[in-house]
Design a protein around this ligand. Structure first.
Ligand SMILES: Cc1ncc(COP(=O)(O)O)c(C=O)c1O
Length: 392
């Protein structure tokens, strides 16, 4: 690289990769990045944050009590839990510590962008494996099972469940099958469960049963801690020891550790919040589909709804229409398997009423016939929950 005449060899790994620092968009509602936006979680986190002793925020953190609380939360011994500075950092660590030694990553797609980014940054070969099939999309385990069977041993495979950004979910039996197949063939399976808590899904029991399973568990979404940058890797104690040698705790800040210690034991309050998020989701979905009966909502979703329209142009049209009204959502139409899809993350009821009203104005160019397999059908419009007045 040439720095105004000063030359230094920086390698070529970063040259094809982009860097876009988060941009402040004052006055714009962000329904794109799926942070938890709910009045009850705001209240809970605000009160715990306000009660933190100064010493627990400005001194180097001790993690022991938070790890104990998280062990209880995940139903594992705390020796299975390793904190990282968000799952972004956890994914980078997985790539450094687990993928780089074997040089191969099977990535079920679409997946969180960080997987491909950090793998490519480290010069690791990524093989994308389709995780979706059909229109509207459904989750398809077969390509990953085939890829595990065909992969040279040993390989690392990464799966996101529930899917992000699809919102589709593999049942526990399928996840066990992935784990067992990977173990029998000498592969590691890494499961990103960033949205699991919203839909009663935890893969921690697989970590207890299968030594080859690692879970990436973000606290950004379910515990509304995105700004604290805190997540955990759940793994067999020997794997955790190997991962720990990369010293991820040195990037984890004290406020995040202290908050986790206080928030993890409050499971019942969180369950109430997640239940209400599901209710908001159902009401918003019903409301949108009542105007757009040809659209589908991919199930079960999480604190977001992924809509599919039979007209592939609708996804970008919805994004652009909302952007014109200063609401950011994400069109997914350019992602493998998600043509015609766009994703809206959820906020409080009045906000979602406003967004639903804005979506009323989005028209499909055409209304082609929709073929939905009867046993795998995403949600079609239901009767509005309340007669006369709409829930929003
Ligand atoms: C599937 C998935 N994993 C991980 C993350 C990021 O989590 P964190 O905030 O812990 O880095 C996201 C965020 O959008 C995500 O969608």
């Amino acid at each position: 690289m040439d720095l105004d005449g000063f030359r230094f060899p920086l390698g070529t790994e970063t040259l094809g990769l982009s860097w876009q620092p988060r941009e402040r968009r004052t006055g714009t509602l962000n329904l794109k990045s799926c942070e938890l936006q709910h009045p009850w979680s705001d209240r809970l986190v605000r009160s715990e944050l306000a009660a933190l002793p100064l010493a627990e925020t400005i001194a180097y953190p001790f993690q022991d009590r938070a790890l104990d609380a998280l062990g209880v939360y995940h139903g594992l011994d705390s020796g299975h839990v390793l904190l990282t500075a968000g799952s972004d950092n956890g994914i980078g660590l997985v790539v450094d510590a687990l993928v780089r030694p074997v040089g191969r990553l099977l990535l079920q797609e679409p997946a969180f962008e960080a997987w491909r980014h950090y793998a490519e940054l480290r010069g690791v070969r990524v093989t994308g494996v389709p995780g979706l099939t059909g229109a509207p999309p459904t989750a398809d385990p077969a390509p990953l099972l085939d890829a595990l069977r065909d992969a040279p041993e040993p390989t690392v495979a990464a799966v996101t469940n529930p899917g992000s950004p699809s919102g589709l979910l593999y049942p526990p039996s399928t996840m066990r099958r992935f784990a067992g197949t990977a173990r029998d063939l000498g592969h590691l399976l890494v499961i990103d469960e960033a949205y699991g808590d919203f839909v009663h899904t935890s893969h921690a029991p697989l970590v207890a049963e299968f030594p080859n399973v690692v879970v990436v568990h973000s606290y950004s979404k379910a515990f509304a801690l995105a700004g604290l940058r805190i997540a955990a890797l759940l793994a067999h104690p020997a794997l955790r020891e190997h991962l720990g040698r990369f010293r991820p705790e040195n990037a984890v800040g004290a406020p995040g550790v202290a908050l986790l210690e206080r928030l993890a034991p409050q499971r019942e309050r969180w369950q109430e919040i997640w239940r209400d998020v599901r209710a908001v989701r159902q009401e918003f979905t019903d409301r949108v589909l009542s105007t757009h009966p040809g659209w589908r909502a991919l199930q079960p979703g999480a604190n977001f709804v992924t809509f599919w329209s039979p007209d592939p142009a609708t996804a970008d049209a919805a994004r652009d229409h909302l952007a014109a009204h200063r609401v950011r959502i994400r069109s997914l139409s350019d992602l493998p398997g998600l043509r015609g899809c766009f994703r809206v993350s959820l906020a409080d009821r009045p906000t979602m009423e406003r967004v639903a009203r804005l979506l009323d104005a989005v028209a499909d160019r055409t209304r082609p016939r929709v073929d939905v397999p009867a046993d795998n059908a995403p949600t079609a419009p239901r009767q509005a929950a309340h007669h006369g007045e709409r829930p929003y």
